[in-house]
Write a protein that binds this ligand. Structure first.
Ligand SMILES: CC(C)(COP(=O)(O)OP(=O)(O)OC[C@H]1O[C@@H](n2cnc3c(N)ncnc32)[C@H](O)[C@@H]1OP(=O)(O)O)[C@@H](O)C(=O)NCCC(=O)NCCS
Length: 206
């Protein structure tokens, strides 16, 4: 029998979604369902056998935690998956490595160039070298490049698990091994992707 969203997601995930305003809450829950379906498809098991297992560097892990690094329990044990996800402009991007070697970590990020176009962004988000790199480009090329750098930073910081606890202007991502720009298709699921979306992936073993 088909399970409902509330039966598939953990109570902590449902609570987190309900605490949001209606539209962001629905987007959050839909993304969590898509992510669970993605993980289940990769491992070839029904999504109903997964239980969300998040871990936050500040709050720890356990059934009440629905934020931080994503993961799942499968029939009670850790699902063999290094997983990451990002939501932007109504889309979710998931990345995973199945049966990862011990210590392998993944981070993925989806950005919209419009989201990085505000005064002061470069001063708080970019290193001096990155600001010089941006300044050397034609003005028309800068918005895409700014978003590309930001996606690389967030992918990296999800991969390490630190998130924005690390000051982004201290992290240089111009040429970091383990980081890739992802080429996005024009369409997915029969819908056009918004113009200006960029994505990055970080994968590294400890
Ligand atoms: C991780 C972070 C850089 C990404 O934020 P963002 O660009 O706004 O949002 P994205 O949609 O791209 O990514 C969010 C996803 O990152 C992942 N994520 C969050 N914290 C993570 C961490 N510490 N390690 C790895 N992945 C993490 C989750 O999958 C999250 O998905 P969710 O919204 O379904 O929970 C940012 O949320 C952050 O730095 N958070 C740390 C601070 C924090 O969370 N404080 C509150 C808890 S104590």
């Amino acid at each position: 029998m088909e399970k409902t969203a509330a039966e598939l997601l953990s109570p902590a995930e449902t609570l987190r979604g309900r605490a949001m305003a209606p539209d962001p809450g629905l987007e959050f829950l839909a993304a969590r369902l898509a992510q669970q379906d993605f993980a289940a498809t990769l491992l070839g098991v029904p999504a109903s056998r997964f239980q969300a297992a998040y871990s936050c560097p500040d709050c720890g892990s356990g059934p009440d935690i629905a934020h931080g690094r994503p993961g799942y329990l499968l029939d009670g044990g850790p699902a063999p998956l290094a997983l990451s996800a990002s939501r932007r402009s109504g889309w979710v991007l998931c990345a995973a490595v199945v049966h990862p070697e011990p210590g392998l970590r993944v981070g993925v990020d989806l950005e919209n160039a419009a989201g990085t176009e505000f005064a002061g962004f470069d001063d708080v988000a970019l290193t001096r070298q990155e600001r010089q790199h941006l300044g050397a480009l034609e003005p028309g090329q800068r918005p895409h490049e700014r978003a590309r750098l930001w996606a690389r930073k967030e992918a990296w910081l999800k991969m390490t698990g630190e998130g924005l606890r690390v000051s982004p202007d201290s992290l240089d991502v111009l040429d970091s091994p383990g980081l890739w720009d992802l080429a996005l298709p024009d369409c997915a699921e029969g819908r056009e992707l918004p113009v200006g979306l960029v994505a990055a992936l970080a994968v590294m073993s400890r």
